[in-house]
Design a protein around this ligand. Structure first.
Ligand SMILES: Nc1ncnc2c1ncn2[C@@H]1O[C@H](COP(=O)(O)OP(=O)(O)OP(=O)(O)O)[C@@H](O)[C@H]1O
Length: 599
């Protein structure tokens, strides 16, 4: 039986076993631990009557969701501007702070000044849906076919441990599993970027750890962890067990592991010992006067520097930015791992099984600290004058502010503002997105979970075809000169083979309260139905939901040259998409057949 057939028949398909060539049984056990982006808070639910404030972890700035909901999330628009990551905990000081600007709607790119904002024409959409078959969701539930990835699905990590120790605990657990099953070090490979640890930020580390780190030389984060683990004795299962016991929640002693804070780990992943200044990074790509702001999001400011786009995301501060709680080191640590994993798909030479270049290339990741550079402020103000920024002025950042800079490939314009010329370009967009999602599903059980039109970038290139490697098979599609890049993996789910990175959207109920009939909010709601609010599980159907959303966008929101037959074809595609459970199935739809180029 082939993979797809097995999947359809309800069998567990272990991508990792196939990629690594290891037997399935062995591999399954390596995906047990959940690497949860945000720990389930044992906090009152929004319905709790007491609405009491309760500190979370040792971070006393966090309050209950209920309080957050009351104080902050007053409307769907407001919550849409907030990624689920940050929505479960809000600092009291944040809740009390006056909002400086009206935050943008989640995921929507800012509407440039001068550009007339198109109001959604719900009447037209309703009409459309009377004509076309309505978009009823099939009843879906996490079936046995997903069992392999559910692993410790119901496991909630009790509250009061520092995030990084739980990460390391999970790393140790996976290591322990690997001891009995042979090596499977996908995460290790992803993180195997040499980090110079000689002058690592050591404020929170005790001297023995510092010594261990100093001895390390250039090592990966995982290697560093291994060395620390080794400092307790042999690396046998016994010691790992002992280390895990040390990490036990019941333990009152602080283990060495607890001391490695996420910020240090983030520096490690960025191959840094200390934070840099902005110009240390930007000057690699262009002269300061040539830096130009190109876009903004709720969390990030995007600046063009040479051929790259540097997205600056402030983090760890205890005051809100753009009306939102700042991301934490641990959240960005995970986003960094996710970006690196998707980066690894780009290497066709190394990946003879699954590869594609559609996910935006992360060229570099760097931690910065300090005031916004004058050159950045200048271009920010220029952009503001022209487009009207919805973000806070970057001059407001204090000297101690930390930022993560994502140095990205320039991906072009987002689908919302890009002018498509004809139907060929529209279907080229669809096939590239579908194929990329299929590849990432196969490689990492990837689900984007937020593929709205602000997160698809488009540019025109000379190349006429785009190749993808899907489960060992190379496929190429006609592009009609269009090149697609997918960005923003904040809500994404990815299985590294050792850990599952995901965001617990059940902690962000307001995400699902968007206006009826709005395609984007309907899609979040449909995802919730599909996942039954268990976001750690593998539900590739969520990718299909975003494909359906994209078809709707292309039919309802974008204008380009198309015939009524083209529209009929697209509607038929939509009908068929409703029957698919994954992008891997969707990519074999007859709609894309014409675009397939024989290799
Ligand atoms: N690689 C890139 N190439 C070109 N433009 C980009 C790139 N990355 C980001 N941008 C621009 O910056 C904007 C904001 O980026 P992004 O969506 O990643 O930020 P964000 O803060 O995560 O946004 P959101 O509000 O969706 O959470 C994008 O809409 C796009 O216009």
């Amino acid at each position: 039986m082939d993979r797809n057939a097995r999947a359809r028949a309800g069998g567990v398909v272990d991508v990792w076993a196939e990629i690594t060539g290891a037997p399935e049984q062995q591999q399954q056990s390596t995906v047990q631990p959940i690497y949860q982006r945000r720990r389930q808070p044992s906090l009152p639910t929004p319905t709790d009557s007491d609405h009491q404030l309760r500190p979370q972890h040792s971070n006393h700035s966090r309050v209950s969701f209920a309080a957050a909901a009351d104080a902050k999330r007053v409307s769907w628009n407001r919550s849409l501007s907030t990624r689920g990551r940050t929505s479960i905990a809000v600092a009291p000081c944040v809740a009390n702070e006056p909002q400086q600007k009206q935050p943008r709607r989640r995921g929507k790119p800012p509407v440039p000044k001068g550009k007339i904002a198109e109001h959604p024409n719900f009447e037209k959409e309703r009409e459309y849906f009377r004509d076309v078959d309505s978009f009823e969701l099939l009843e879906e539930s996490p079936s046995s076919k997903h069992f392999g990835t559910w692993a410790t699905g119901n496991q909630t990590v009790p509250d009061p441990i520092p995030p990084i120790s739980s990460r390391l605990e999970k790393w140790l657990l996976s290591k322990k599993i690997n001891f009995s099953c042979g090596p499977s070090s996908t995460l290790s490979k992803i993180l195997e970027t040499p980090a110079s640890m000689d002058h690592i930020y050591t404020d929170d580390l005790d001297s023995s750890i510092v010594k261990t780190l100093e001895k390390c030389g250039p090592k990966s984060l995982v290697q560093v962890c291994e060395d620390i683990s080794a400092s307790y004795g042999d690396q046998g299962c016994e010691d790992i067990n002992a280390s895990i016991r040390k990490l036990s929640l019941a333990s009152t002693t602080t283990s060495h592991f607890d001391r490695i804070d996420p910020f240090t780990a983030l520096l490690g992943i960025c191959e840094q010992s200390t934070p840099l200044q902005f110009l240390d990074i930007f000057s690699k790509y262009c002269a300061p006067e040539n830096i130009a702001k190109v876009g903004e999001g709720t969390y990030g400011e995007a600046f063009r520097a040479g051929n790259t786009v540097c997205k600056i995301v402030p983090f760890d501060g205890d005051f809100p930015v753009n009306g939102e709680v700042q991301k934490k080191s641990e959240e960005l640590l995970e986003e960094a791992v996710l970006s690196k994993a998707l980066n690894s798909l780009r290497e066709f030479e190394k990946n003879d099984f699954n590869a594609c270049t559609t996910f935006i290339e992360t060229i570099d990741l760097k931690v910065c600290q300090g005031l916004y550079d004058a050159a950045l402020v200048r271009t920010w103000e220029k952009w503001d004058e022209k487009n009207g920024s919805e973000n806070d002025h970057p001059k407001e950042f204090p000297e101690k502010q930390r930022y993560l800079v994502f140095v990205l490939q320039h991906g072009g314009k987002d689908l919302e503002s890009f002018v498509l010329e004809n139907f060929d370009e529209a279907r080229s967009l669809l096939v590239q997105v579908t194929a990329a999602m299929a590849v990432a599903e196969a490689a990492y059980e990837f689900e984007h979970r937020d593929l709205h039109w602000g997160n698809i970038l488009l540019s025109r290139k000379d190349s006429v075809t785009m190749k993808f490697m899907l489960e060992g098979k190379q496929i190429s599609f006609r592009t009609y000169g269009l090149s697609v890049s997918i960005i923003d993996f904040t809500l994404s789910r990815l299985n590294t083979g050792e850990n599952i990175l995901f965001l617990d959207l059940s902690q962000d109920p307001y995400l699902f309260k968007g206006p009826k009939g709005d395609k984007q909010s309907e899609t979040y709601r449909k995802m919730k139905e599909v996942t039954e609010d268990h976001w750690e599980g593998s539900f590739p159907r969520t990718n299909v939901l975003w494909l359906i959303y994209l078809v709707d966008i292309l039919l309802l929101k974008k204008t380009y040259l198309r015939s009524s037959k083209n529209e009929r074809d697209m509607r038929s595609l939509k009908k068929r998409l409703d029957k698919y459970d994954s992008a891997k199935e969707a990519i074999f739809d007859p709609f894309f057949e014409d675009l397939l180029v024989n290799n």
